[in-house]
Design a protein around this ligand. Structure first.
Ligand code: F6P
Length: 563
């Protein structure tokens, strides 16, 4: 590939109504031509031509070491991608976000999750108002509460200490705390039990309560709006269970229920004392909220100090994102790689493969973060997009996935870029002897990156004496890109760094694609229809207005339920 001539500087903003659509931008077209020139260029060839890429294509930020050399990129690709970021105004939009502008246009809101981890004394204004003092006031209140539960001085209605904490929330009010609790389990108070209930399927709450003692159970009802039907339904059932179990009246609620919300009126209407409410603000999106009061259960588990270490990790990545030049900026880099693969390799999905059992919920957490943010097909100014936006994000921890779907990753017909995430140190609290397994875990992660990138040629397979008719079956094409994130250890700070990295990666992609990453109108229709359909499931309800398929399913359900 030859380097092409420098691009003209076109700094017009993609989010200006009537601005140049992404796919007609000079830089996008250059990328397409570059992609055509790359053709079937193989990672084997890229490494053979440029062995230095292994060292050059790495970035170290905080405790994260990122090796992106096994991606289908060259210096020219990266130059073009950075030009694309520049002309689509990514840095400008980032700065607007960080200074509190209402960049969430459809909801007319600021997007200030970065203020949640701003150190005390930093000034972050939105609508003329510095939000950092409020953030720290709530953090202090959370810390006071967490310490009381952890020190066993918070007692229930009958004077007994709490042993089980049940977080009731869904989406951003569940996935973050649940993921982080699992990720940081070695740092939690193992004398307390934590359950995360989200599903409106009664089985979820049932499993959390079936062996619980009402006298020793504390509920954290987490809901930004406090109107989410799943959460309010589960919280109501939990309240009934508690009062029945205690044989007490509503006066018992204040010792067993606390709320996390932006909506004091609804919290009060539910019967929770607003003195036991931990607030956050409309400038915190649900999927960007677990470092706000939504992390209350997590703070009880970890303790305030560890929680603050996590916030410091977030802040470290925020500072990097805000200040590092685009070409050495990790969120820019990961975001642009996704833009490259989605736009020019037609990648439909992106796999996140943590080689850490504690990170089991991380891909599920990223699903909401990424897919609710960038699963959009309307540009910021209302025009439809004509390019790929957010991918399907998925994954499970290694090595389990290797014995499930890795076959497809290696030899299937799909193109699936992947992130491999590993930690140099094993969990700090492993029983004797188990740390020895860590090298095997890490070797597997590295081996997968190798195999996906370089594969195994027919000649190599044949040279091993494999029967000729089996050679094609045992050949690995390789050329499947991965990014390896190798951190020192999975601790609160590192988790904060990782989450902030992905938050900002999603931001970069949304900015390039010219979509609003901060609304989620696409979840509304299903909610509205479910509300309308529920009465149709009762005996004798009229289903004539439903579409024929749904009406038939309703009739079948009713028949099965004897209605
Ligand atoms: O699924 C839609 C959604 O609005 C998410 O964005 C949000 O995280 C979740 O529901 C829960 O909302 P709330 O915290 O208001 O209960």
């Amino acid at each position: 590939m030859s380097a092409s001539t420098p691009l003209p500087r076109t700094e017009d903003s993609a989010d200006t109504p009537g601005g140049v659509p992404l796919d007609r931008r000079e830089e996008w077209i250059r990328l397409r031509e570059h992609r055509d020139r790359l053709g079937a260029t193989h990672l084997r060839g890229l490494f053979a031509d440029d062995p230095g890429r292994a060292e050059r294509y790495t970035l170290d930020v905080g405790s994260l070491h990122v090796d992106y050399s096994k991606n289908l990129v060259t210096d020219e690709t990266l130059r073009l991608l950075n030009r694309l970021a520049s002309v689509t105004g990514v840095a400008r939009l980032r700065d607007a976000m960080l200074r509190g502008d209402h960049i969430n246009l459809t909801e007319d809101r600021a997007v200030l999750h970065t203020a949640l981890r701003a150190p005390r004394g930093t000034v972050v204004r939105t609508d003329g108002h510095d939000v950092v003092p409020e953030v720290h006031r709530v953090l202090e209140k959370m810390a006071g509460f967490a310490e009381r539960v952890r020190s066993r001085t918070w007692t229930g209605h009958t004077g007994k200490t709490v042993t089980r904490v049940v977080n009731i929330g869904i989406g951003g009010s569940d996935l973050g705390p649940a993921m982080a609790y699992e990720a940081l389990r070695p740092y939690t108070d193992r004398g307390l039990e934590f359950r995360f209930v989200s599903n409106v399927d009664g089985s979820d709450l049932n499993e959390a309560l079936i062996d619980a003692d009402p006298e020793r159970t504390l509920f954290v009802v987490a809901s930004k709006t406090f109107t989410t039907v799943e959460t309010i339904t589960n919280a109501t059932a939990a309240r009934n269970w508690l009062l029945a179990g205690l044989e007490a009246g509503p006066e018992a609620i204040s010792r067993h229920f606390v709320a996390v919300s932006t909506n004091a009126d609804e919290v009060e209407a539910f019967g929770i004392d607003t003195a036991n409410m931990f607030e956050f603000w409309d400038w915190v999106g649900g999927r960007y909220s677990y470092d706000s009061a939504i992390g209350l259960s997590l703070m009880v588990a970890l303790g305030p100090e560890r929680f603050r270490e996590m916030l410091a990790g977030f802040h470290l990545m925020d500072t990097h994102f805000a200040t590092a030049p685009a070409e050495r900026n990790l969120p820019f880099l990961l975001g642009l790689l996704g833009v490259w693969y989605g736009g020019h390799f037609d990648a439909q999905t992106h796999a996140v493969l943590p080689y850490s059992h504690h990170m089991a919920r991380f891909p599920a957490y990223l699903q909401q973060l990424d897919m609710e943010s960038n699963g959009k097909s309307t540009q910021r100014d209302g025009r439809p997009v004509a390019w790929r936006t957010g991918p399907v994000v998925w994954g499970t921890p290694g090595t389990n996935g290797q014995h499930a779907y890795f076959q497809l990753l290696h030899q299937g017909t799909r193109f699936v870029p992947a992130d491999l995430i590993g930690f140099a140190e094993p969990s700090p609290d492993l029983m004797e002897g188990l740390s020895a397994q860590h090298d095997l875990l890490t070797a597997n992660m590295l081996a997968q990156g190798q195999a996906l990138a370089f594969g195994r040629t027919e000649a190599e397979v044949a040279a091993e004496g494999v029967r000729p008719d089996l050679v094609p079956h045992r050949t690995f094409p390789g050329n499947r890109p991965t990014t390896t994130i190798l951190a020192e250890r999975l601790d609160p700070s590192t988790l904060g760094q990782l989450v902030a990295l992905y938050e900002h990666k999603v931001f970069v992609q949304g900015a390039v694609w010219n979509i609003n990453s901060f609304d989620q109108w696409g979840v509304q229709l299903g909610k509205v229809l479910a509300k309308r359909l529920e009465p149709a499931l009762t005996e004798g309800a009229d289903v004539s207005s439903l579409d024929p398929s749904t009406a038939a399913l309703v009739r079948r359900y009713r028949a099965l339920r004897g209605r």
